[in-house]
Write a protein that binds this ligand. Structure first.
Ligand code: FAD
Ligand code: DLZ
Length: 510
């Protein structure tokens, strides 16, 4: 009585619920590199290399551990180019009595798998993904009857649930839930940033790089200098590297942006956490241990834990509570197309060029680049949510719909009407100047707003506020912005709106 156990490309965890109670001798694990998953978006080449190589290593590891594994390597000539076709074929070959899988991370594929029991003619058991700290039901229960969903309050529940950074008396360690106010320093070169963790590609990865170069040549990005970990052992080493060298400064410089350093003090762990090579709770526990043993300060450790225990769990909850309608939201009524320079980096705006160029090279940009540079620009320019969401889904090694969509559509674009965040993260060039050293190297002048060489973020910021006055003027967190706008002379306001109109009509030339 054999079961077929399907493991997806982002389920590379030995403690996966689909494996609970499985029989190494009877059951068959199926993993498959398929065209439909590799091309539902223009995945960055490095993301494809990471996933295919990590999947291959994981399958080898399972075999060494005594499991029977059917693994399909990618080839455009394969007869089965989607997961259903691979599974259907294996169900037949094995004469399987049922299919077991862990719930899929995104709506698109989840919808398909939910219908497999009818299409395959065998029962399909879909188990909860226990790698998340909150179950979907737990989040739904928390959200029920709340007028507003705010990450901070959900995060406190997760702190209490896990006991992370909690005293035996049930109080937050350090006397505060949140040390964000300490985490806004600009980075000016000191302390020096640690070298990023790197693993040189082994034979499997080199083979996959060649495969991606051959069959996915038209995808975004480059495979050059691929140095991601592709096994859980190496991902664990990446975690230790972060804790030893970057975590102590993570908090102080969490919001900083640099003209010369791609990674600063960030962990670069999301690609591993999201595909299952690292367990999110274990990552948080390791950071907390660093605080208890005096190796990192509380503002760094709390800030880091909040991102995973708070934001990561919160956006996943929002996603599953609101899909599929959430993906259609466009409450600000945006209509503009995504400028082509998002794909090329070919823009005179230094901050945008640097963020997009890093994205192209690394399949990575840190949070503040995503939020306050490429995201902020898309918000101010009124880009259609669907287009900017698809860009973010394509270009990052950590991008999956469940985490990308709420971050982009909710946090960045405010397209959900403030459901996820209480106010839009709209900012002028001044913010970028305060947090980075880009502006000194930019073609545009950050201290100007209406002239031909003025930083585009400035006039676009005022235009955004002005055109969305009805949506935001009564938001208490935005009152000051509107008072600043209103107290400017009418001629100045007209000049700003004129300049913004010109910029919006000529986005491609910026
Ligand atoms: P660090 O800065 O070191 O943070 C530690 C960890 O916290 C990350 O590894 C990640 O697991 C978690 N985290 C931090 N912020 C968030 C967040 N807002 N939502 C969920 N998890 C978070 N993250 C993704 O994993 N996939 C995405 O597709 C993604 N798209 C984003 C798009 C936009 C527009 C924005 C503003 C943020 C997005 N994020 C996404 C969140 C965040 O930017 C990345 O998780 C982070 O930059 C990953 O780099 P890191 O591992 O060095 O993170
Ligand atoms: C992202 C991705 C890619 C690029 N390729 C595969 C694949 O070939 N086979 C597979 O099983 N999974 C892949 N994935 C991950 C799935 O798309 C993923 O399970 C969903 O995005 C759900 O989060």
């Amino acid at each position: 009585m054999a079961n077929l156990i399907l493991i997806l490309g982002d389920q590379l965890s030995p403690n996966l619920s689909a494996l609970d109670g499985a029989d190494r001798h009877e059951d068959l694990i199926v993993m498959a590199e398929v065209h439909d998953e590799a091309s539902y978006t223009n995945h960055h080449k490095k993301k494809l290399v990471l996933l295919f190589s990590a999947m291959r290593h994981f399958a080898d590891h399972l075999r060494e551990d005594g499991w029977q594994v059917h693994y399909q390597h990618y080839h455009p000539g394969n007869p089965y180019q989607n997961l259903e076709a691979v599974v259907a074929d294996q169900v037949q070959q094995l004469n399987a009595t049922q299919v077991i899988t862990t719930e899929c991370g995104e709506w698109r594929l989840h919808e398909q798998i939910s219908q497999w029991h009818e299409r395959l003619g065998v029962p399909v058991e879909i188990r909860a993904d226990t790698r998340f700290i909150a179950s979907k039901q737990e989040f739904a229960d928390w959200a029920k009857d709340r007028k507003q969903l705010r990450m901070e309050f959900f995060y406190r529940e997760m702190r209490k649930k896990t006991g992370l950074l909690m005293t035996p008396e049930g109080e937050p360690e350090g006397g505060q839930w949140n040390f964000d106010a300490d985490n806004r320093k600009k980075w000016t070169g000191n302390p020096p940033v640690p070298a990023p963790f790197r693993i040189e590609p082994d034979g499997v990865t080199r083979h996959v790089i060649a495969l991606v170069e051959e069959h996915f040549a038209d995808h975004f990005g480059t495979t050059d200098d691929f140095h991601f970990a592709v096994t859980s052992t190496d991902a664990q080493a990446a975690l230790e590297h972060f804790i030893d060298f970057a975590l102590p400064c993570f908090g102080d410089f969490q919001d900083a942006i640099s003209d010369t350093e791609d990674w600063l003090f960030h962990s670069i762990l999301s690609p591993y956490i999201n595909c299952g090579l690292l367990d999110p709770l274990a990552v948080c526990e390791a950071a907390v241990q660093a605080w208890y043993s005096g190796r990192a300060p509380i503002n760094a450790v709390e800030g880091f834990v909040r991102q995973i225990l708070g934001w990561r769990e919160f956006v996943r909850g929002i996603y599953w509570l609101n899909m599929p309608a959430y993906a259609q939201e466009n409450r600000l009524g945006n209509t503009r197309a995504l400028p082509w320079f998002y794909w090329t980096g070919d823009t005179k705006m230094r901050c945008m060029h640097k963020a997009i160029d890093a994205t192209r090279r690394n399949a990575y940009a840190h949070h503040i680049q995503r939020l306050m540079v490429t995201g902020n620009f898309a918000l101010l320019a009124g880009i259609r949510p669907e287009e900017i969401c698809d860009w973010y889904l394509a270009v990052y090694a950590d991008a999956y719909d469940w985490v990308e969509l709420p971050n982009v559509l909710g946090m960045v674009m405010h397209a959900d009407g403030g459901y996820l965040g209480s106010k839009p993260y709209a900012a002028s060039g001044k913010y970028i100047q305060r947090m980075s050293d880009h502006c000194a190297n930019c073609h545009y002048q950050v201290n100007k707003a209406t002239e031909d060489d003025a930083c585009p973020f400035n006039a676009l910021y005022w235009h955004f506020l002005d055109r969305h006055r009805d949506s935001f003027a009564s938001n208490p967190r935005m009152g000051m912005m509107y008072r600043n706008w209103d107290k400017q002379k009418p001629e100045r306001r007209e000049a700003l709106i004129r300049r913004a109109g010109h910029l919006l009509a000529n986005l491609e030339q910026l």
